[in-house]
Structures are given as structure tokens and as C-alpha cells.
Ligand binder design. Sequence first.
Ligand code: NAP
Length: 333
Amino acid sequence: MVAYKDIQASNASINDANAPRVAVFVGGTSGIGQLTLRALVATGTSLRIYLIGRPSSEERSRRFIQELQTVNASAEVIWVEADVSLLAEGKKACEHIKSRESRIDLLFLTTGYSPFGVRQETSEGLETSLVLSYYTRMLFILHLLPLLRKSEAPRVVSVLGGGMERTSSINVDDIDLEKPGSFGITTAQPHYAALQTVFLDKAASEHPDVTFIHAWPGMVNTGNVWRGLHASQSILYWFIWGLLEPLIRLISSTDDVAGQRNLFLCTSAAFGGRGVPWTGQAGTSTLRTRDGGLFLANYKCDSTPNDKVVHVLREKASAKVWEHTHEVLRPYL
Ligand SMILES: NC(=O)c1ccc[n+]([C@@H]2O[C@H](COP(=O)([O-])OP(=O)(O)OC[C@H]3O[C@@H](n4cnc5c(N)ncnc54)[C@H](OP(=O)(O)O)[C@@H]3O)[C@@H](O)[C@H]2O)c1
């Protein structure tokens, strides 16, 4: 287990020499993304951050950016408007960033919500929570990989369910969960998390110079579940929520702790050997390497390779998931 005091000590030693200089946050308009962005800016380093968000979040995000400016005048936070539940909008945001930058050090991905209720398709014909939790994130990775590879310490952090995969989590015969009975709260989220691990495991094997992290954040009381329930508009779910909410509040990480832990994931050499020097136990990738690859990490920032399960998923699903994902994303690449 990585002690919280060691995380704080590591974060306290972030400086201009080891911090990301250019970062992209997709999902930084609220929740874990926002907490992490705030913690990163508060390190006082000079950096430029692209904050991607939908129009409905612009007003409060501009206030957030102003607040960040008072915390660290050397941090430039650039608002990029895009409703990334649409892949065409995600593509536009990536093109914008690519036209302005030649290098990216950190890509931090947190879009999504708990898929309560029935399927909700976007105008592009894909289920919305699937797009936010999976396709949009992979789209940003594929677009920005060439810029990430120009960094000395490139890192992609995606927050969802790393380490929680089971061999039965992926529905390989219905990746987009379109068939009757495929989509549901108990099946969709584990499916998204496993898809992500399988895709990132393959991307990491092709790009060993990039550190990929798929993190499971534990419970952080960001309202994420609440939003999923609200979207479902089901009385049953509201009832369940009424019972569970006090418990969730009790067991959740505080905002500050969640921000610091995710900042550690963004910067520490514990994952991949590049970044803020780390003398504790080094993380192990899904390929059992330490100097690069895909690291699965839990909410305490422990590396949880889950390698037996990942091995089975790799054999059973990797080629199909890789091919299908590229097929879906091709018009937007
Ligand atoms: N919080 C937890 O305890 C927990 C536990 C396990 C897994 N997770 C997963 O970890 C990830 C991050 O969680 P979080 O708590 O930070 O989530 P969050 O606070 O709900 O933030 C998620 C991000 O997704 C965006 N988003 C949500 N619905 C959208 C839509 N329909 N169209 C466009 N953008 C949308 C939000 O944008 P706006 O700001 O515009 O709403 C926000 O930037 C999520 O995938 C979540 O499912 C969270």
C-alpha cells in the first residue's frame, strides 16, 4: 500500500523540472478530473492545461479557471468547448490542440457516468455512457499519441475501473451492448472498464515509451452516481440512492485526498520510472514490466496488475476489441 504521507511528500516535490508542462484534461469540468486539475495547478509549476468541456459547463468552468489563476499565475488553463459525448466534437477538440501544440506530457481522462436506466443513444448511434467511458477516451489517445511521444515523460491516466476486471466482464459478441439484455447497470460499467484495460494493454505494448495508467478511484463523492440515477428517472433507483447516499458519503475519499492521489498517478515515477523520483516499491505493468506499459492502480495508488485476468482477456478479446474500436473511431481519426 502506498502511504498517504508518501503521496503528499512526493507531490510536495513536484517542480518545473519533473512536472508535466502541457496537459489535456477530458472530464476536468467536475469530479475527479477537476480535483486533480486543481491539485496540479496548486503545485505552482509553469504549465499549460487544455480543459475540454461541453457548453453547459462553460460558465462555471470559466469561474474555475479564474480561481486557478489566483492560485498559480504561471498556469495557463485554456478552455476548449466540445460535447465529447459526440466523437465528431472530440475530433474537433483534438484537431484544435494539435494545431497549437507540438508536445503533450499528460492526458487525463475521466468522462462518464454510472449507466443506470435504459440505453441512451447519441446522434452518432452509440450509447452515451459507452462513448464517454470508452470511445471518446480512446479517440483522444489515438489523436494525441504522436504528441505524447514527443514528451520525455509521456503519461495517459484514465480513471474508471482498473484492476477490477473479471474474465467475464467483456461481452465480445456485442461490444456496443446493442442486443436485448446486454445493457444494464451490472453489465455495462464492468464491460467499459475491461474494454479499456484490453485496449490500453495493447496500446502500451505498441508504445512502451508511454506510461499508461488505468485507475479505479474507489468512492469519491462527486455526484457521479447521483447524476446517473437522475438520468434514469426511476423511482426504484431514487429509493436505493436514499438508502445508500449516507453510506457512500461515509466511505468516500475527501476531495483533497482524491485530488492528491490522482496527482500522484499523474506525476510519480512509481509508474514507469519517469516523473517525480520514487524510492518506494515500483508499480508493475500488466506485462510485468516496470519501466513502461499499462499500470492498473487502485484508489490507494497501489499497482494491481490483475495479470491472470488480463492474460485471459488479452487472449480472448484483444484482437476483436482493438479492431472494432478502430472501426468505430475511423471516421473521427
Ligand atoms: N466518483 C466515484 O466514486 C467513481 C467510482 C468509480 C468509478 N468512477 C468513474 O470515474 C470517472 C470519473 O468520475 P467522477 O466522479 O469524476 O465523474 P463526474 O464528476 O460525474 O465527472 C465526469 C465528467 O464527465 C462529463 N460528462 C458526464 N456526462 C456527460 C455527458 N452526457 N456529456 C458530456 N460530458 C459528460 C462531466 O461533464 P460536466 O462537468 O459537464 O457534467 C465531467 O467532466 C467516471 O467514469 C466514473 O464513472 C467514479
